[in-house]
Design a protein around this ligand. Structure first.
Ligand SMILES: Nc1ncnc2c1ncn2[C@@H]1O[C@H](COP(=O)(O)OP(=O)(O)OP(=O)(O)O)[C@@H](O)[C@H]1O
Length: 501
């Protein structure tokens, strides 16, 4: 019997960046009607492979072929090979309509200067139906939620009727309903005979969707096995090279002193009447759907936005919009927007790590004379606490780190002085299973040592596993606060969707 050539075949592909090997002799295939999961620690080389398949990066050696035909040479060539890529960070134009975004490549094609809007709508409508979108082709992208934007990304990829499609963490920071929708689309694509390469850190999704798992470590393929042969523990240890502790670290009871007190907080727009306290040593989870106002509450507390109402830290009122005072009061903020606010992409990684506490690396202290020896010692210690994988060393630019490792820098920089109150907005987005376990341990240890923690995360399991209490936002208000014993997936969803407690 003659086997048809696989839809995607990666053969002995290697790629280095400035002498650092990102991918080393990687080979695997994806056949039509098959979902292959590509997994591995942060920095293992998954995105590099994705970009080589997608044609935006050229391998140093080896080759990629599609249904037996070698990829045409040149950036962007994969589009013509029937492969589409759905990226993690959306690349949509916010001011254009959904239809314009879906068909943008065709609009830009030479010789297509005029396009009739009616035609645009008619072409976009069927792909929107295919992804189960509850909005029309004329919606403006800016008005859509993160989950809806992800659907537009997928519709855009499907518009070219690809034979193969690469998904890069398509469900990161989406809510449960949206996740379910995306997984349904992947299952349908497979049933339609499309070849799917699915990059993800979510092991439940991998177990449900994929037939085969390709595990990468340090740029190489360390396993290529049927999904059914691997249980969670086996997969984790293949990815990180060691056994991980299962479950969440045990919490210590909070103390009696209040660290943060929030009364009638509002942002003058969406959020109003939010009141809660966080005690010393307490982890307070803030749950809610995307757009419910969680991030606005966090940003107002850290002085990144003005507020109405009263915020007290350690019994002292905070002035509106005064970030410096917040840092001086011992607060830390781990942003959800790491690329714009979290680290310097074009400065050495070391500088992003030492920026929060420059005074302590000056000799004599607080003089403004940076002592590079102290800075090196301090930043190396921080990097090892968060298990940073920086193959080019801490002198390399922040932009050279993989996504997950950038997130570790954003968190690690605050650990230099134990913050009294630490606010985390989606701290584990894009983070691998090993690093997640490390971050959970760090947070629980910080709380045990007396830090108060405000934790925002779309990963319900994480909020339930780590929080002493869970506040649930709905439509700009705090719909309820649940004790650890009452907080379950069901009770949180009920409050988050406007139901009674
Ligand atoms: N443009 C670049 N310049 C220098 N080094 C790079 C560049 N792109 C990637 N690397 C390095 O190549 C290695 C592989 O990175 P890659 O982004 O492929 O990892 P990944 O598996 O996708 O990680 P993550 O799960 O964090 O997204 C990393 O060590 C990374 O620092």
């Amino acid at each position: 019997m003659v086997h048809p050539a696989p839809a995607i075949a990666v053969a002995n592909v290697s790629k280095s960046f400035g002498g650092i090997t990102a991918v080393d002799g990687v080979s695997f295939t994806v056949s039509s009607g098959e979902v292959v999961a590509l997994v591995g620690e942060n920095g293992a080389g998954k995105s590099t492979i994705k970009n080589i398949i997608g044609g935006t990066l050229r391998p140093d050696s080896g080759r990629v072929s599609f249904s037996g035909a070698p990829a045409a040479d040149g950036v962007g060539s994969a589009k013509h090979s029937g492969v589409a890529t759905v990226h993690q960070e959306t690349s949509l134009f916010p001011d254009l309509t959904v239809a314009e975004n879906i068909l943008i490549d065709r609009l830009r094609a030479p010789g297509r200067a005029t396009v009739r809007p009616g035609q645009l709508r008619r072409t976009a409508a069927p792909v929107l139906r295919r992804v189960g979108a509850g909005f029309g082709p004329e919606a403006i992208v800016r008005d859509l939620s993160a989950g809806q934007r992800q659907l537009v990304e997928i519709a855009k990829a499907l518009a070219a009727d690809p034979r193969a499609i690469v998904f890069d963490e398509p469900t990161a920071s989406l809510n449960l309903v949206e996740r379910e929708l995306i997984m349904g689309i992947v299952e349908q694509l497979r049933a339609d005979g499309v070849a799917v390469l699915y990059i993800s850190h979510y092991l439940e999704e991998i177990a449900r969707l994929s037939q085969r798992v390709v595990v990468m470590r340090d740029g190489r393929v360390v396993a290529d096995r049927p999904t059914g042969e691997l249980d969670r523990a086996a997969l984790e240890s293949l990815m990180v090279g060691r056994e991980l502790a299962q479950g969440y670290p045990p919490l210590a009871p909070p103390r009696n002193t209040k660290t943060l007190s929030v009364r009638d907080l509002g942002d003058g727009a969406k959020v109003s009447g939010v009141s809660f306290d966080i005690a010393e040593g307490e982890i307070f989870g803030l749950a809610g759907l995307m757009g419910s106002g969680r991030t606005e509450v966090a940003r107002a507390i850290f002085g990144l936005a003005g507020h109405i109402g009263r915020i007290e830290v350690g019994g002292r009122p905070l002035r509106r919009g005064d970030v410096r005072a917040c840092i001086e009061a011992g607060m830390a903020f781990v942003t959800e927007d790491r690329r714009h606010e979290g680290l310097f992409l074009d400065r050495p990684i070391r500088e992003s790590l030492s920026i929060v506490d420059l005074d302590s690396v000056c000799r004599p202290r607080r003089t403004g004379w940076l002592d590079s020896g102290s800075e090196r010692r301090m930043t190396e210690e921080l990097a090892s606490r968060v298990h940073l994988v920086a193959r080019g060393g801490l002198g390399a630019g922040g932009g050279s780190l993989s996504g997950g490792n950038q997130q570790k820098v954003v968190l690690g920089k605050w650990l230099v002085r134990r913050p009294g109150l630490i606010i985390l907005d989606e701290p584990t987005r894009g983070i691998d299973v090993g690093a997640k376990a490390e971050i959970y341990r760090l947070l629980v240890d910080l709380a045990r040592a007396g830090s108060s923690i405000l934790l925002i995360s779309s990963e319900m399991e994480e909020v339930l596993g780590l929080s002493h209490r869970v506040g649930v936002m709905h439509d700009g208000r705090l719909a309820g606060v649940l004790d650890r014993s009452q907080a379950t997936q069901e009770t949180v969803i009920r409050l988050a969707t406007g139901g009674a407690p």
